[in-house]
Ligand binder design. Structure first.
Ligand code: AMP
Length: 444
């Protein structure tokens, strides 16, 4: 098969790396890709936000399978374009991708289908939004309706901050059209987890559970980013919790989407808060997570093309994926300035040394080659991903590899996976499994 991967981040590098191993792979391409992906696949230019361009590229390549990484391509309707031409692309249609493309759609959908989520109101006018604040305590969460590359959610700790955010989003239009309409919702507390599945619309194949680290500094301090690292380890969710999330959240989501005439296929990512009242949906994403893809692909032993075929043929429910029992950890290295404007163009060194020990793979995100030099080219630069027999040695291996890499202004969190250690009772403090309760008899 000729395979095309669309996107240019660490997620797409991890997907390309895994797809390259497939027994079905004859040729693999990535568009637009990055300097790391270029070592594993031929990279071609494309504007990933333009469905027609992606389609033309796939047609030109005679790609048998196109895997869409970024949400912007999916929300813009790339899968619909492929379907019209009878071509195969992995991902939801434009209508189904509204689960991520519109927070208002997602929240109202959850309300219609009784899927547990935070209490909320929708506001289309600034004065209504300001007035609605009165119905919430503090902190209060404000979300711009549209895609905003991780910048559209503010957890406001004071009334002034909430009001200022609403004025910025709705009046000053700091998010462009993405913030013209907003969701205001109650702030939930608990442990945050990502639960990602592959689905053909009915059948579901759950991927290994992961935990993301969104804040820029250790101990979840500082502003949110696209993701500073993630790890995957089976004890992140108990059997009972997995079962609850599948029955009470994933399944009603798929049934609801089908009932509304917009069946959902592809990766479905559910961002969860494990509250004292049980799991609540924070958000849906309509694609694989970044950086969750890196630790997940590191543990996946099955042929990823086979799993995609399961979606295509509607056979996913009968399939199983095989996983390495060993955990994996991805530490993201970022440029100075991120998540604000990053300083780019810095030379990167030490990658060979980092990968020289076994069990380490450095996935690229914002990198480029210029005059035979590897340079930084974005906020998130590299995802140093490791695996070993247990979580403590995996974390140690990942950070040993990180210590070999250098570029000016390089920043990373030093506590990726620490919540997992605490869960295992190895770290200081408690990672609140005691506050994680699964209601006994979910009403279905
Ligand atoms: P979202 O894009 O909706 O997942 O929001 C981004 C981040 O904001 C999440 O990963 C959470 O850390 C935080 N967040 C979103 N909604 C809430 C909420 N209702 N309560 C507390 N934190 C939230």
């Amino acid at each position: 098969m000729k395979i095309l991967v669309v996107g240019s981040g660490g997620r797409e590098h991890a997907l390309t790396w895994k797809l390259r191993e497939s027994q079905h792979m004859d040729e693999i391409y990535c568009a637009p890709g990055n300097a790391g992906i270029a070592q594993e696949a031929e990279c071609l230019p494309v504007d990933a936000s333009r469905p027609q361009e992606i389609l033309e590229l796939a047609k030109g390549l005679k790609a048998d399978l196109t895997v869409i990484g970024p949400e912007a391509s999916l929300v813009a309707g790339v899968v619909d374009e492929f379907e019209r031409e009878g071509l195969w692309a992995v991902g939801p249609t434009k209508a189904a991708a509204r689960l991520e493309g519109s927070k208002i759609f997602a929240k109202q959908f959850m309300q219609r289908h009784r899927i547990p989520t935070a209490r909320f109101v929708v506001a289309e006018r600034l004065e209504d939004a300001l007035q609605a604040l009165g119905g919430f305590g503090l902190p209060v969460v404000i979300k711009g309706d549209g895609l905003a590359a991780g910048k559209g959610v503010v957890v406001a700790r004071s009334r002034e901050e909430a009001e200022k955010t609403l004025v910025e989003f709705m009046h000053e239009k700091t998010l462009g059209s993405a913030g013209e309409r907003v969701v205001i919702e109650e702030c939930l507390s608990g442990e945050e987890l990502s639960y990602i599945v592959l689905t053909d619309g009915q059948g579901v194949l759950a991927l290994a559970p992961t935990q993301d680290h969104k804040a820029v500094f250790d101990n979840d301090q500082g502003p949110n980013t696209g993701g500073m690292g993630a790890y995957s380890e089976d004890s992140i969710l108990t059997e009972r919790e997995r079962d609850y999330v599948l029955r009470r959240i994933v399944s009603p989501t798929l049934v609801g989407m089908a009932a509304e005439g917009t069946p959902y296929r592809g990766f479905l990512y559910v961002g969860l808060m494990m509250t004292a009242e049980g799991p609540r949906v924070l958000e849906y994403n309509v694609r694989m997570g970044d950086p969750e893809a890196q630790p997940i692909m590191m543990r996946l032993r099955s042929d990823l093309v086979e799993l995609f075929k399961g979606i295509h043929d509607g056979q996913l429910g009968a399939m199983e994926a095989h996983w390495s029992p060993n955990p994996s950890v991805c530490v993201v290295l970022t440029s100075q300035g991120y998540p604000g404007k990053p300083e780019v163009g810095k030379e990167i060194t030490g990658l060979e040394a980092a990968e020289s020990q076994g069990g380490v793979k450095v996935f690229h995100a914002g990198t480029q080659f210029r005059d035979l030099q590897l340079l930084t080219a974005g906020g998130r630069v590299l995802g140093v991903t490791a695996t070993a027999e247990d979580l403590p040695s995996t974390i140690e291996r990942a950070y040993a590899a990180v210590s070999k890499i250098h570029f000016e202004g390089m920043h990373y969190r030093s506590d990726i996976g620490a919540k997992g250690l605490r869960r295992m009772g190895r770290g200081l403090g408690t990672s609140n499994p005691a506050t994680r309760r699964i209601p006994n008899s979910p009403k279905l």
